[in-house]
Write a protein that binds this ligand. Structure first.
Ligand SMILES: NC(=O)C1=CN([C@@H]2O[C@H](COP(=O)(O)OP(=O)(O)OC[C@H]3O[C@@H](n4cnc5c(N)ncnc54)[C@H](OP(=O)(O)O)[C@@H]3O)[C@@H](O)[C@H]2O)C=CC1
Ligand SMILES: O=C(O)[C@@H]1CCC=N1
Length: 292
C-alpha cells in the first residue's frame, strides 16, 4: 500500500508493525512514528532510519492511516491530541487502533463526528511477517477503509475480519497467545536441562520443534488431534508424556488462562475510565521537539 502511515507509540507492538511494514517493502519515507520517550525514539531512528517525533499533530499531518499503539491508559491522551489536529478532509484519515480492550465507540466519541475507526488485535509475530490480526470496523468505517486496513495488516501476516464483540476472545487466543507458547518452550528448555541436555542444545531442540509443529499445523491440512495421534505410538513415549499433561490439568489451565485474559480485556475500558477520572487524563506529546 502506498498511503502514508503514522504510528503513535513506538513501543513493542508499534515497532513490530514498523519492522514488518519496512520488511514487506513499504518505503521508510511513508512512515512516521510519534513516540514520547526520547530514549526509545533514538533507538527507532538508529535501527530503522525513520522519522520520529514527539508531536502527535506533526506525525499525523498528511497521513492517511493513523495507527494507535499505546497502552490502554494512554489512549485518552492520544485522542485528545488527535481531536485537535487538522484532518485534511480529502485524505479521509482512518484511525486504526491496536490497543487491547478499548472499544471503537470510545474513539468515535472523542474524535470529530463520523471519524472512521478500525480496531485491530495483532500479535508480535508481526516482526517476522507471521502476525495473526483480527479486524473489527467501527460504525463509520467504510468497506474501502476496512479493505485498506486489511491490506495494511496483510503486509505483516494473516488477517481475519470479526465482529467487535469477539475481540476479548480473540485477544485471549491470538493477541496474548504467543506468550503462552514462549512459556511452554521456556519450560521445555528447563526440562531438557533437568534431563541432562546442555541449555543451548535443549534450546535448539525446543525452538525448532515448536517451529516445525507450527508449520505442520498450518500447512498439512490436518487437525491438531490428527497430528498428535501421528506422534503417539501405542504404549510409547509420547503417550506417557501426554498422560502427565492431562493429569496435571493442561486443558483446564488453558481454559482458565484464556478466560482470565478475556475478562481483563473486557474490563479494560472501565478500568481506564476509573483511573483516568481519579488521576486526570494526561496528554502525552506536550512538546513539539522532533527527535530527528
Ligand atoms: N505487546 C503485544 O504483544 C501486543 C500489544 N497490543 C496492544 O498494543 C498497545 C501497545 O503495547 P506495547 O507496544 O506492548 O506497549 P509499550 O509500552 O511497549 O509501547 C507503547 C509506547 O507508546 C509510548 N506512548 C505512550 N503515550 C504516548 C503518546 N501520547 N505519544 C507518543 N508515544 C506515547 C510509550 O511511551 P512511555 O513508555 O513513555 O509510556 C511507549 O513507548 C497496547 O495497547 C496493547 O494492548 C496488542 C496486541 C499485542
Ligand atoms: O498483554 C497485553 O495486555 C497485550 C494485549 C495483547 C497482548 N499483549
Amino acid at each position: 500500500m502506498t498511503e502514508r502511515v503514522a504510528i503513535i507509540g513506538g513501543g513493542k507492538i508499534g515497532e513490530a508493525l514498523l519492522a514488518g511494514l519496512i520488511g514487506s517493502g513499504k518505503p521508510v519515507k511513508d512512515l512516521v512514528v510519534a513516540e514520547r520517550s526520547a530514549e526509545r525514539s533514538a533507538e527507532l531512528v538508529a535501527d530503522y532510519g525513520i522519522r520520529v517525533t514527539s508531536d502527535i499533530a506533526d506525525a499525523v499531518e498528511g497521513a492517511r492511516v493513523v495507527v494507535i499503539a499505546v497502552k490502554p491508559d494512554a489512549v485518552d491522551g492520544v485522542l485528545q491530541a488527535l481531536s485537535v489536529t487538522d484532518d485534511d478532509g480529502e485524505l479521509e484519515r482512518i484511525t486504526v487502533t491496536l490497543v487491547a480492550g478499548i472499544p471503537t465507540s470510545r474513539y468515535e466519541a472523542a474524535l470529530p463526528a463520523g471519524s472512521p475507526v478500525v480496531r485491530v488485535m495483532p500479535n508480535t509475530p508481526m516482526l517476522v511477517n507471521e502476525a495473526m490480526s483480527a479486524i473489527s470496523p467501527g460504525r463509520y468505517a467504510s468497506e474501502e477503509q476496512v479493505a485498506l486496513t486489511v491490506r495494511l495488516m496483510e503486509a505483516v501476516g494473516k488477517v481475519t475480519v470479526v465482529p467487535e464483540k469477539l475481540m476479548d476472545a480473540v485477544t485471549a487466543i491470538s493477541g496474548s497467545g504467543p506468550a503462552y507458547f514462549f512459556l511452554m518452550v521456556e519450560a521445555m528448555i528447563d526440562a531438557g536441562v533437568a534431563l541432562g541436555l546442555t541449555r543451548p542444545l535443549a534450546s535448539e531442540l525446543a525452538v525448532q520443534t515448536v517451529k516445525g509443529a507450527g508449520v505442520l499445523l498450518s500447512e498439512s491440512g490436518l487437525s491438531p488431534v490428527e497430528l498428535r495421534a501421528a506422534v503417539t505410538s501405542p504404549a510409547g513415549t509420547t503417550a506417557a508424556a501426554l498422560k502427565e499433561f492431562e493429569r496435571a490439568g493442561l486443558r483446564h489451565a488453558v481454559n482458565e488462562a484464556t478466560a482470565a485474559c478475556a475478562e481483563i480485556s473486557a474490563k479494560t475500558a472501565r478500568r481506564v475510565e476509573v483511573e483516568g477520572s481519579s488521576q486526570g487524563v494526561q496528554v502525552g506529546a506536550e512538546t513539539a521537539s522532533e527527535q530527528q
